[in-house]
Ligand binder design. Structure first.
Ligand code: PLP
Length: 449
């Protein structure tokens, strides 16, 4: 095989075979690799020396841009002083102060925070807390979990069980947790195509939860889990009033409401969490990604005080919740999170998101008349466009646009027939508009079927 020109000479093709890459068409990639060799601020450097704008903030996880000096210094300092600390029966001060800080940041100062290492672990942890909580209160029959179609809740067995993306579920059916049901997703092009921000239509879709409660009975349902804004499936924005209705129905039936904020947490919607942006208070919030700018893996679950208290009842010398990870509260991840929150505060990055969001909204909706565009959605500093698929070749056209965009200096995310943008918070208005313009040129560069 000849060496493709995008491959760095230091990485011969044979070297690419050992890593079975995640969510990647391995054979195609290894035949035509796209290698990244560096990153600084809002830009990646490719192996051939080109700089490309990071249109998705990593994988929705690096809102400060790459290698922000404050975070780099914090991690360097930390690795030299306390590189690891067991979190079982021991702890280091910064993990406790970070938990309190995250609870305050979420405007839930009395809540507790359980640390994990990823969004998938955060979801599985939240599901376990929900089921164990009801059992601790003497309602052991409440084990069923309600997820939602199109949802992405990571790749743990719990997460794919409540998730709603067929490709992630179909191969693993026998392993998945039983006793799960799904709400319908809220995207309906007939009523909300080209909505700017929250669609006005669709709050009634939350009433489907009443139907599921009638079917299974509330006494068997532990929790409902939703992404307040569905990210991975392509920026599906909740209709106005929908989340409020879910909250009201859950409260009425004693069902816990979990917001999976792995993408929306830490500022993406211009508020600390989507829960703050929408004024809806879930019982548990999962987070990961932007909490520490993705410098070191970190995730967690914010847990209402009353839930925590329900566990704190037996003899004090017994472990209350048999769950945790070797790296829960890892010192490097915690140091990176403190530095990330410092930077968010001092640079007032939530305000920056609120300033950039209308710029992105205006620019992205100008793509409406471009070839093959069938819908455009946006909220906060996130936007997606849907395109017509190539007949008989699902996903291929979006991949081609992704490649053309890369040629034009933009890294955009594609899944199915959707292309998503979520620029770093540190982007300028010009960079935001330029990213959309690169996407426009990429759309035009891929011929119609
Ligand atoms: C809403 C949501 N939950 C969970 C996850 C899984 O996170 P991770 O890939 O860190 O396991 C993701 C990842 O994109 C996500 O968007």
């Amino acid at each position: 095989m000849s060496t493709p020109d995008r491959l760095h000479p230091d990485a011969p093709v044979a070297d690419l075979q050992a890593w079975w890459m995640p969510f990647t068409h391995n054979r195609l990639f290894k035949d035509q690799p796209r290698l990244i060799t560096g990153a600084q601020g809002a830009y990646y450097t490719l192996a051939d020396g080109r700089r490309v704008f990071d249109g998705l903030s990593g994988l929705w996880c690096s809102p400060l841009g790459h290698s922000p000096p404050r975070v780099v210094e914090a991690v360097q300092r930390q690795v030299a002083s306390l590189d690891f600390c067991p979190g079982f029966q021991l702890g280091h001060p910064a993990a406790f102060s970070l938990a309190a800080r995250i609870a305050r940041f979420a405007d839930r100062p009395r809540d507790r925070v359980f640390f994990v290492n990823s969004g998938s672990e955060a979801v599985d942890t939240a599901l376990k807390i929900a089921v164990a909580y009801h059992r601790a209160r003497g309602e052991a029959s409440r084990t069923r979990i309600i997820g939602r179609e199109r949802a992405y809740h990571g790749v743990g067995i719990g997460g794919i069980s409540v998730g709603g993306i067929a490709a992630n579920r179909k191969t693993f059916a026998p392993l998945m947790i039983p006793g799960v049901d799904h709400l319908p997703h809220t995207w309906d092009p007939a009523h909300m195509r080209y909505s700017r921000g929250q669609p006005a239509w669709g709050a009634h879709l939350a009433d489907e939860l009443e139907r599921l409660v009638a079917l299974h009975d509330a006494s068997n349902i532990a929790a409902v889990i939703v992404e307040p804004m569905q990210g991975s499936t392509g920026v599906v924005v909740p209709p106005r009033g929908y989340l409020e209705k879910l909250r009201e129905i859950c409260t009425r039936h004693g069902i816990l409401l979990i917001f999976d904020e792995v993408i929306t947490g830490f500022g993406r919607l211009g508020a600390p969490f989507a829960a703050n942006a929408f004024g809806v208070r879930p019982d548990l919030i999962t987070f990961a990604k932007a909490v520490n700018n993705a410098t070191v893996p970190l995730g967690g679950v914010i847990v209402a005080e009353s839930i925590y208290d329900a566990f704190m009842t037996g003899p004090a010398h017994l472990i209350e919740f048999f769950h945790g990870y070797t790296y829960s509260g890892h010192p490097l991840a915690v140091a990176a999170a403190h530095a990330t929150l410092d930077e968010m505060e001092t640079a007032d990055l939530l305000q920056r998101v609120r300033t950039l969001a209308p710029v992105l909204e205006q620019a992205i909706h100008e793509l409406r008349d471009e070839p093959q565009v069938t819908d455009i959605r946006n909220l906060g500093l996130a936007a997606a466009i849907d395109i017509t698929p190539l007949p008989g070749k699902p996903g291929l056209r979006a991949f081609q646009i992704f490649e053309r965009a890369l040629d034009k200096g933009l890294l955009v995310r594609f899944t199915g027939e959707t292309l998503a943008l979520a620029p770093p918070f540190v982007s300028s208005e010009d960079e935001t508009r330029a990213a959309v313009d690169a996407l426009r040129r990429a759309l035009r560069a891929v011929p119609a079927p």
